[in-house]
Design a protein around this ligand. Sequence first.
Ligand SMILES: Cc1ncc(C[n+]2csc(CCOP(=O)(O)OP(=O)(O)O)c2C)c(N)n1
Length: 298
Amino acid sequence: MNKCIAGSSGILYPYGTRHNPEMIRDLCLRAQGYRAQVLRMVYERKSGHIGGAFSIAEILTALYFHHLRLDAENPNWGDRDRLVFSKGHACAMLYAVLAHRGYFPVEELSTFRALNTRLQGHPEPEKTPGVEVAAGPLGHGVAIGAGMALAARLAGSRRNIYVVLGDGELNSGVIWEGVMLGAKFGLDNLKVIVDYNGVQQTGSTRNVMPTEPIADKWAAFNWHVIEIHGHNMAEILDALDRADEIHGRPVVIIARTSKGKGVSFMEDASQWHGGIPSKEQFEIALTELQDGAKQWQA
Ligand SMILES: Cc1ncc(C[n+]2csc(CCOP(=O)(O)OP(=O)(O)O)c2C)c(N)n1
């Protein structure tokens, strides 16, 4: 059904997806294309974060090209869904997705991290169309998202608030204050996605500060927990649908991913958290990403 599964963590869903295979393939190809775009952006600027951008490619693509209710031509539409990109250092992928979704010209991506660009090294809503919340200091996404979800409820709006976290980011204590708040108010319009790539800035999450048993932790805080393979587009789409069917509790989707996904020598290696490829590494990485895409086109 889904030829885009890269690697195999086992199918965590007991049923098949109801999503169209052609659409799934299109989304997978988009995600892989955005990886190549991010690779160019970081390589040309000699600055940026490839690893955590690559791990979130399918999830951001699924959100912006399928699931979120938004209007790129009217970015301030009041009832739009909101995405809080809390792991702000990985914003190169957010920018690539936003540009291709129509929020600003794709050509502008070449200004990533340049002086005075609209595409700063960490997201700034006042500069970049489509960016909802400033991020960079990790840990604030859930509390911000809970406040936005509460505001939506008070306004009688149907909008949902999505928060994207890194797993290293879960080390921040303030995350868990937001988690308690979400549960206290039963914010079912709040959906958190954890990009669980197992690697943070200086090593594996397990060594720096273990977060397991991760699903049990969120469940103990009274959240509804969904676990998926975060590079499997069908699983992502199904999980987002299922999250919408949960009432009375916030939802967390724990997405098992790989940092640096798509490039063999970058996968699961903390050096590619903020590493910059040499010319040779850049060319190999680009070829691997293009070969990956061809495999799915076949
Ligand atoms: C409060 C805070 N402490 C430390 C940092 C430095 N920092 C930037 S990225 C990062 C690692 C984040 O790891 P993770 O959340 O797993 O991100 P991903 O692997 O998805 O890129 C750290 C420690 C920061 N930005 N903010």
